[in-house]
Design a protein around this ligand. Sequence first.
Ligand code: HEC
Length: 113
Amino acid sequence: MRIRTMMIALAFTSAATAGRAFAQGADGKAVYDENCKKCHGVIGNPPKTMKEKYSKIATFDAKFIEQRTDDSVKKILNKGKGEDMKSFKGKLTDDEIEAVSKYVHELAAKHKP
Ligand code: HEC
């Protein structure tokens, strides 16, 4: 009887979590494709035209991301960096910033320098 109650409680909790994830569920890839891809490239490799335009543009690869925490990416998105990497505060929600910084990490970790 106890176990059953626990199972039900568990089922409830995971359904609630899943529901929440879905409701807030910013899709990191979608946010990236819409807001970052044109400068940073599909897999984090900026296209040649962008490299020519922005000499300091970051390539997201395993080496780059090793030196960054999720928080550091979020900070950049909130504050911006330099003239060309604009702040996304106000343009993206906190959830979207969270999701896209996670996506940048995943992308970069798979991307060998
Ligand atoms: C208009 C082009 C452009 C767009 C759009 C853009 N970036 Fe950037 N990004 C840059 C440039 C240029 C830099 C290099 C800035 C510097 O180092 O001065 C940069 C740097 C960065 C860095 C590295 C900062 C560091 O730690 O050195 C991160 C992370 C980053 N961008 C993430 C993103 C994400 C995520 C998005 C989409 C939400 C995005 N950028 C959209 C141009 C862009």
